[in-house]
Design a protein around this ligand. Structure first.
Ligand code: AMP
Ligand code: MG
Length: 323
């Protein structure tokens, strides 16, 4: 069985094709970037419309298949930006109708988790999900991915992007902050905001915006502080839940320093650690296709009404029927 998955929750439009064994046949994507400043949602919609057909053709080409070889269409139903979400939703509906095959709208954070479980082989991990809008510590219990800890305000990616924007960097600012951070070893004190397994970033952002230190020192100190917070919260979750595996996924999981800190903590506790490879940790279509396969094989059926986008759909609202 072949599933084509479409992703367009935010900055990236992606089309991936996977089979039901988890082989990735194609994973094409395009991300809207800027020279400075952030991303305007309308510009993102225009970008996604422009690239949809190009990526679709490219994905079919890379996978060396015809549209009629596809058996299932999956798309990101939410959460995300209303306008960008609708690009994948309408593309998916049109394709499924034209090919007369089933359609499944899947939850984006759960797709990040499931592709991570595929690449790690982990059965029951604690998941540190670090993306633009979301930052959560998650664990499966009684049929749902329970959020045991999370940011009380902004997501860690959005925090990094907003901080980087203030330094004059363009989107995505996270990777540029990582480069600047490597050029310093001077730690300047920042607020350290964690309560149990919850944490917050907006106070740190306010403080950073008033500081006049060298950008390299601010980037270094920011990474050391926020990644220590995330490592501490993950460690607490592993201890309380008595789990033996930690998975880090989402766009910010591409960061080497975050991986290093989590790895050091896991080694000290005898925990298996997996940082999802960069090609599969950020937003892309293969993870959407893979979750589509899992849900479809488990018998998920959706009416057309149920394939409407849902901007605020949390991971912990999904019934995990495929486990
Ligand atoms: P996602 O929404 O899961 O695609 O994640 C996007 C977020 O990941 C954006 O906020 C990026 O700035 C951030 N990001 C991407 N690469 C890195 C990196 N190497 N270090 C820190 N943040 C990153
Ligand atoms: Mg994401």
């Amino acid at each position: 069985m072949l599933c084509l998955g479409i992703e367009s929750t935010a900055h990236t439009i992606g089309i991936g094709i996977v089979d039901d064994k988890g082989n990735i046949l194609a994973n094409e994507r395009s991300t809207l970037t800027t020279e400075s400043g952030g991303i305007h949602p309308r510009k993102a919609v225009e970008h996604h419309h422009l690239f949809y057909k190009i990526l679709l053709d490219k994905a079919l080409d890379t996978a060396k298949i015809k549209p009629s070889d596809i058996n299932l269409i999956a798309f990101s139903k939410g959460p995300g930006l209303g306008g960008t979400l609708r690009v994948a939703a309408s593309g998916a509906r049109a394709l499924a109708t034209k090919l007369n095959i089933p359609l499944v709208g899947v939850n984006h954070p759960v797709a990040h988790i499931e592709i991570g479980k595929l690449t790690s082989g982990f059965k029951d991990p604690v998941i540190l999900y670090v993306s633009g809008a979301n930052t959560q510590i998650i664990s499966l219990a009684a049929g749902k991915y329970r959020v045991v800890g999370e940011t009380l305000d902004i997501g860690v990616g959005n925090f990094l992007d907003a901080f980087g924007r203030g330094l004059g960097l363009g989107f995505p600012q996270g990777p540029k902050i990582e480069v600047l951070a490597k050029q310093s070893k001077t730690y300047v004190e920042l607020p350290y905001t964690i309560k149990g397994m919850d944490f917050s970033f907006s106070g740190i952002l306010t403080k950073l915006e008033r500081m006049k230190n060298k950008p390299e020192d601010l980037c270094y100190s920011t990474q050391e502080t926020i990644f220590a917070i995330l490592t501490e919260a993950s460690e607490r979750a592993l201890a309380h839940l008595n789990k033996k595996e930690l998975l880090v996924t989402g766009g910010v999981a591409a960061n080497k320093r975050l991986g290093e800190m989590l790895n050091t903590m896991c080694e000290a506790r005898g925990i298996k650690f997996h940082q999802v490879p960069k090609a599969l940790s950020g937003d892309q279509g293969a993870m959407i296709a893979w979750l589509g396969v899992l849900e479809h094989k488990a018998g998920r059926k959706q009416t057309l009404k149920e394939t409407e986008v849902d901007k605020n759909w949390r991971a912990d609202e999904v019934d995990v029927i495929w486990n």
